[in-house]
Design a protein around this ligand. Structure first.
Ligand SMILES: *[C@@H]1O[C@H](CO)[C@@H](O)[C@H](O)[C@H]1NC(C)=O
Ligand SMILES: *[C@@H]1O[C@H](CO)[C@@H](O)[C@H](O)[C@H]1NC(C)=O
Ligand SMILES: *[C@@H]1O[C@H](CO)[C@@H](O)[C@H](O)[C@H]1NC(C)=O
Length: 644
């Protein structure tokens, strides 16, 4: 034992950390090294598949895996931590180590990543003064509490403690933050503070920042208003194409140091209502060759994208490519990313290109044995067995009366913790007389997507999609009878992860008026559509065909041996799919995503599995779901029945 212990400490003493030396090279443990790394977000992949995805990363010829940390999932409520199951980041890192991979650790706290609020937990919004990514004291305190918890768990995985983590990122694209925010002054002191916080957690690994290539031109022109200039922190660059241009931008501001592309965008992500995005294998190969030929290290963002299960997609607040105006752009459920490993773990052409290029340019010899692609099973088309109208299922939801419309984070529900995600229903207490009226102030109040119902018939939808981003300040609505009820069903379609990060409240943030009168009072229902709610649904005794949206439809699918699948929602309108109570994600006829990935790990063997679809617009005439052998991620359906 003593001999072993001695050997062990000798071995540790021999481990010298990753260094970015002035000879332009990375050195690890006394050897120069080129890092060829790939991003996998453990929180976007069921844990049962981590080993498969990491094995495929190794098969591609990569020597490092990079991961972000999703603060919002790890600390769903303030001070309550979850690092289990799909959130067992320690296990994920250990698995990488067992495969002989190095690990690059990017703990945020802001991760962008097309993820709900860039990884920030919703409860930060309980402080109305909250300014994320700044030295605002309430933010610093929350970050510090989380980092103590997180680093306490991963400390033994640091390279100098014998683990695989060789580098740790400070913040995320901070140089692009000020411009993106449109909200006031830069706060470079935040980076200084965060760097110290990481060091205070006994982390002695190489620290780095990462920023867009274009930000280095700004940096050069404007000096360093971003606070990036630390002696002991390496700058790394992010881009998709024009490798030589952006690498030289980095070299200009940081000569003689090894160059690393921390995010080489190997594909791209999608927004609802836009066409499918990606990069061609040819462009991918050309840029990979340029990066490696320049002796730079690289991290593929992404190597394997995975899925925004549940309500975890983010949104951009960005320019509409057609109108030039700013708009809210929610991200789809799939995070396939058009990268080397598809959403369901299939090897793509980009993976094979990677193998060839790293052998040719770097002389790497990736493993020969090709891991198997997933087998996709096409379950039988199934007709709904039962249905439940939303209107008849409000009783199980928490509800309260309010003089004003308020954001969901402020709802007095959920043991006083407000509502994090999902839908909310705002019903005016007024009974409106026959005639025409306007619904006023949606343009200012709405954060998310709205369906307006009069007497429980949908009369208007506000979608934040191309060409439809202008919300009327006065929406004309016809009140057809004597005594009309107005319901506003609001979806939290995902908090913004890029640009305009502050003021992230969802729902109706301000009062809504009718015909110029803002005195309305409300009954509000909190509809998080969590497992408890889905399992509490009261199925209607009327035949399924008579139950119209907004409603839940239940399908019993017999599963013998669970296998991965795609549910094809092409015929449906817009909504959410749940499997055995678990939220799979959103679908929407406008695309580009038409199928949802079902990992076999969500299914129960030799049993009827319950699929529940929440449809908010219109179910197909025959209430059936079908499955497909392949994903559909590139179809936009323009034609769809509009109300009235
Ligand atoms: C890359 O490194 C090799 C070996 O050190 C050197 O010969 C070559 O000139 C370098 N290439 C570039 C573009 O710096
Ligand atoms: C309300 O306005 C619609 C057009 O927006 C019109 O067709 C309808 O006749 C109007 N109803 C009343 C009662 O004025
Ligand atoms: C998906 O469903 C639509 C509508 O039923 C059908 O036309 C299409 O062929 C299906 N696609 C696949 C890949 O199964």
């Amino acid at each position: 034992m003593r001999v072993l212990g001695l050997l062990f400490s000798l071995a540790l003493a021999d481990r010298s950390p990753l260094e970015a030396r002035d000879d332009g090279k990375f050195w690890l443990n006394g050897e120069p090294i080129t890092l060829v790394s790939g991003s996998i977000h453990y929180f976007r992949v069921p844990n049962e598949y981590w080993l498969d995805r990491l094995t495929k990363l190794k098969y591609a010829g990569l020597n490092t895996v990079e991961l972000y940390v999703s603060w919002n999932l790890h600390e769903p409520y303030q001070g309550e931590f979850d690092f289990s199951g799909d959130l067992d980041v320690v296990r994920f890192i250990e698995m990488a180590e067992e495969l002989g991979l190095h690990v690059i650790f990017r703990p945020g706290p802001y991760i962008c990543a097309e993820w709900e609020w860039g990884g920030h937990p919703y409860w930060l919004l309980h402080d109305t003064e909250m300014k994320v990514r700044t030295t605002y004291p309430g933010y610093l305190e929350a970050v510090e509490n989380f980092y103590r918890e997180l680093f306490g768990r991963v400390n033994h995985l640091m390279y100098q403690n014998g683990g695989p983590i060789i580098a740790v990122q400070i913040e995320n694209e901070y140089a692009g933050f000020a411009e993106a925010q449109n909200i006031g002054p830069l706060d470079p002191a935040f980076l200084t503070w965060l760097r110290q916080l990481i060091k205070d957690q006994n982390c002695e690994e190489l620290l780095f920042t990462s920023d867009g290539g274009w930000d280095f031109y700004k940096y050069q022109l404007e000096g360093d208003p971003y606070g990036l200039n630390f002696d002991d922190v390496l700058k790394t660059v992010n881009f998709q194409t024009n490798a030589n241009l952006w690498l030289s931008a980095l070299e200009n501001v940081q000569p003689n140091k090894p160059m690393m592309v921390m995010e080489w965008w190997s594909g791209w992500f999608d927004f609802w209502g836009y066409h499918h995005q990606g990069t061609t294998p040819a462009s991918f190969e050309e840029n990979l060759r340029s990066i490696l030929s320049a002796n730079a290290s690289v991290n593929y963002y992404m190597f394997h994208g995975g899925t925004n299960f549940g309500f975890m997609n983010g949104a951009n607040f960005n320019t509409n490519s057609q109108t030039g105006g700013l708009e809210y752009q929610p991200v789809i459920t799939s995070y396939d990313y058009d990268c080397p490993l598809s959403e369901e773990g299939r090897i793509t052409e980009k993976l094979d290109i990677t193998r060839t290029v790293v052998q040719e340019i770097l002389g790497f010899s990736p493993p020969e044995e090709r891991p198997a692609d997933p087998e996709i099973f096409v379950y039988e088309t199934t007709v709904a067995s039962e249905a439940a109208s939303l209107w008849r299922n409000l009783a199980q939801a928490e509800t309260f009366a309010s003089e004003e419309c308020i954001a969901m984070e402020w709802f007095p529900v959920n043991q006083g913790r407000g509502q994090p995600y999902g839908y909310a229903l705002y019903r005016s207490q007024a009974s409106f007389p026959k005639g025409n009226i306007t619904i006023d102030g949606m343009d200012k109040a709405l954060s998310g997507r709205a369906n307006i119902f009069v007497n429980q018939e949908r009369v208007y939808s506000i979608t934040n999609t191309p060409g439809n981003q202008n919300i009327l300040s006065e929406i004309p609505v016809d009140m057809p009878q004597w005594g009309n009820v107005v319901d506003l069903l609001i979806e939290n379609s995902g908090r913004i992860n890029y640009k305009k990060l502050n003021d992230a409240y969802m729902g109706l943030k301000e009062q809504i008026g009718f015909g110029g009168n803002f005195d309305a009072s409300w009954n509000i229902w909190s509809l998080p559509f969590d497992q408890e709610y889905i399992e509490s649904l009261k199925w209607d005794s009327n035949p399924v065909m008579f139950i119209d949206a907004p409603a839940f439809y239940k399908f019993d699918v017999y599963v013998d041996e669970p296998m991965d699948a795609f549910i094809n929602m092409t015929k449906w309108g817009k909504g959410v799919v749940f499997i055995n109570g678990r939220n799979l994600g959103r679908y929407w006829y406008i695309g580009p995503q038409q199928t949802l990935y079902i990992p076999k790990t969500f299914l129960t063997r030799r049993d009827y599995n319950s699929i529940v679809v929440f449809e908010e617009i219109q179910a197909p005439e025959i209430r059936e779901i079908e499955f497909s052998a392949t994903p559909i991620l590139d179809v936009n359906q323009e034609e769809w029945p509009q109300p009235q």
